[in-house]
Design a protein around this ligand. Sequence first.
Ligand code: FAD
Length: 392
Amino acid sequence: MSSDAVVIIGAGLAGWNLARELRKADPAVPIVVVSRDHAGFYSKPMLSNALAGKKTAATLVMKPAEKIGEEVQARVLPHTTVTAIDGEARTVSLSNGETLAYRDLVLALGADPIRLPLEGDAADTVLSVNDLDDFARFADHLEQGPTGQPVQRVVILGAGLIGCEFANDLLARGIAPTVIDLADRALPRLLPVEASLRLQDKLVAAGAQFRFGVGAQSVQRGPNGLVVTLNDGTTLETDLVLSAIGLKPRTDLATGAHAKVARGVVVDRLLATTVPHIHALGDCTEVEGTLLPYVMPLMQQARALAATLAGQPTPVSYPAMPVAVKTPAWPTVVCPPPADAEGQWQVTATEEALEARFTAAGEPERLLGFVLQGKAVSQRQALAAQVPPLLA
Ligand code: FAD
């Protein structure tokens, strides 16, 4: 069986951005997009500010599968899971029993939410929101909590970027969230202490609560809803538990195809895996040892890979890529320094703004990363232009 098609597994932002870029770069190549979900085009970052915007799972879909498929002239196979890859025969097996041949295969598989091993008879009610179907379930539960009434209290596991964004969004809906984390402050890996504290203070002033240095052990049904028991022995009553403790790249298909996998699917700067004609991008991917599960990196990857697949081998490059934390209570932009960077934070703050600059050790003029909050977020472009590219 031979084919001249590029088969993309996954219809998230990585899959669809690649399909779009590839169609621009090569008007003729057959493109097939296979996805185990609905395959419609939506912006995943909007899941954590959808409540404030009064969006529903249906209105979050920007283009249904047929429409975007038509637009990029791709064959779309929604609700179809790829169950195995044969890298030698260059075929994939589908859940509907079909076998599909490819010229080039692209893994755009995303990542799974990490699940805490919780005890208790309501542990299976803990939700996470990582795609549209999850959001639909979350929105339904908010309408009708365990007592049949609309939810008023939510416990969020994890005070990272996603946990804080959902806390802020729930506040917009009049729900008081309690955010718990084993760490001692919010977003500890992305923010210097002063910036974490400012974000926490603003969210608390808006009605959220934080419990740091504790983890959840069990979730049980109680007479007034759910009871979360923490590892310090205290309990919290709530109507819903939302887990936001991180993501794990989906690597099983790559492992099955004998491609190298570390934390994510290992690719070089051409986004090639260690198996010929199999590429990967987006949240499932580790480029030169780095996982960057954000939108800007996957857009850079999509452009580079489209050119490569169209016959112009193009290594991916990354400029400085600041990420906006969607917490309107205290707008925050983060451009983290490289993980191995040596240096120090310098923080200047006023009532209305905070600016933190991470500069290289012994070179106070060399900016390697920054955090902007409040009114200072307007400095985003100016500071990003001073930070060296992550991958030149
Ligand atoms: P996904 O969107 O997860 O897509 C994976 C696709 O693979 C899905 O279509 C799935 O159905 C399919 N799939 C998986 N396995 C199979 C299989 N075996 N067979 C067939 N199909 C399969 N980033 C930012 O930069 N800024 C933000 O503000 C921001 N906010 C976020 C808010 C939330 C709530 C979340 C969860 C993430 C946020 N992110 C943000 C991260 C960003 O959304 C992700 O980096 C990006 O959407 C990942 O896209 P992806 O296509 O790689 O993965």
